[in-house]
Ligand binder design. Sequence first.
Ligand SMILES: *Cc1c(COP(=O)(O)O)cnc(C)c1O
Length: 428
Amino acid sequence: MLYKRSSMLFNEAKKYIPGGVNSPVRAFKSVGGSPIFASKALGAYVYDEDGNKYIDYISSWGPMILGHAHPKVIKAISETAKNGTSFGMPTILETDLAKLSLSMVPGMEKIRFVNSGTEACMSAIRLARGFTNKEKIIKFSGCYHGHSDSFLIEAGSGVVTFGTPNSPGVTKGTAKDTLIAPYNNLNYVKELFQKNKDEVAAIIIEPVAGNMGCVIPQNGFIEGLRKLCDQNNCLLIFDEVMTGFRLAKGGAQEVLGVNADIVTYGKVIGGGLPVGAFSSRNEIMNKLSPEGSVYQAGTLSGNPLAMSAGLATLSELKLNDNIYQSLDEKSSYLEKGMYEVLGKTSLDFKINRLGSMISLHFCSEDVIDFKTSQKGNNEKFKKYFHGMLKEGVYLPPSAFESYFLNDALTYDDVDFTLDALIKVSKTL
Ligand SMILES: *Cc1c(COP(=O)(O)O)cnc(C)c1O
């Protein structure tokens, strides 16, 4: 495959945009090489500026669960656009998407739309703090909740329970209110509660993690967090930006059978346009301005184009909820195929999967948290990524990301992928 035009475009972009991209992972830093520039995407395929075609396992990092350029979504966006693209006034579309999304997920009574997952999570913790009158939050290493300051924190040294900034520009003052625990470690969270009695407003978690590869909660972990929150008068926030409307109609809440107090959404809920959202029961949501005093706003929040893309996507998912079963079966077929191909080699590997989220790690230890996910062999991953790319399979350009399968993907596409893996695995 030739990437000539892409690398030229990347060099041009770097002159005007920091690192040439508007979101870091797109720059291929962790796999090396030059990113491919997309020209279009249809169904399960994405095409680059050099005319190469790829089977797409990223689905725009999740949103395109129905496949790219789904006719119903495109129709909804274009018809809405004919009547103007933004009003700064309420529209019926917002109520429609609110009603529809609340009807699909358990336990939520009101929802507020924003423009990204970052905004949703940032607002969710403000709301939790405002509701509980407490300031600290607990998050888990390896979980990503967008790039607002409170989340760009890593575990502090052994003696302190609060975190330290992991990006310049985040203040120590902010960091001291974020407590970090290892994923799947309930006892650690118990200790944090003991050391910070009556100070924790909320626990925020990816109920199935997708930002350290796919990491699945062990039996009893999420249930344990629910119990700890109840005992400590603290809110449980599920960040379902990735899992919401992807693992099931009702997201991780439905799949795990545990209800959160606040749930954040993004990605699928916007059907490929910029939408985030957070939801909760009336008691909590009514604390939000203009009803209550916790401030939150947005010029383009509830934008009509974005709402119509979300409506078309969620309507399709609600109407055909066998999509989830079929995505699960397709992903399971891929997983089994990967085991078969890689099992014949001498490579150390682990595969984690839940529904249409799946990740491959080149390591011998089970991947259950950030520490174990960091043990993957990145040199092997790089070769694997670039090998698959050359074969026409577009995988996430980082070992810390999950694949997202979409409904347009066929079994032939998966077979093609597995054939590519046979070739590539011999080079690893
Ligand atoms: C993508 C993601 C976010 C951030 O969403 P943006 O729309 O990129 O701001 C937050 N949480 C999780 C779990 C995500 O996967």
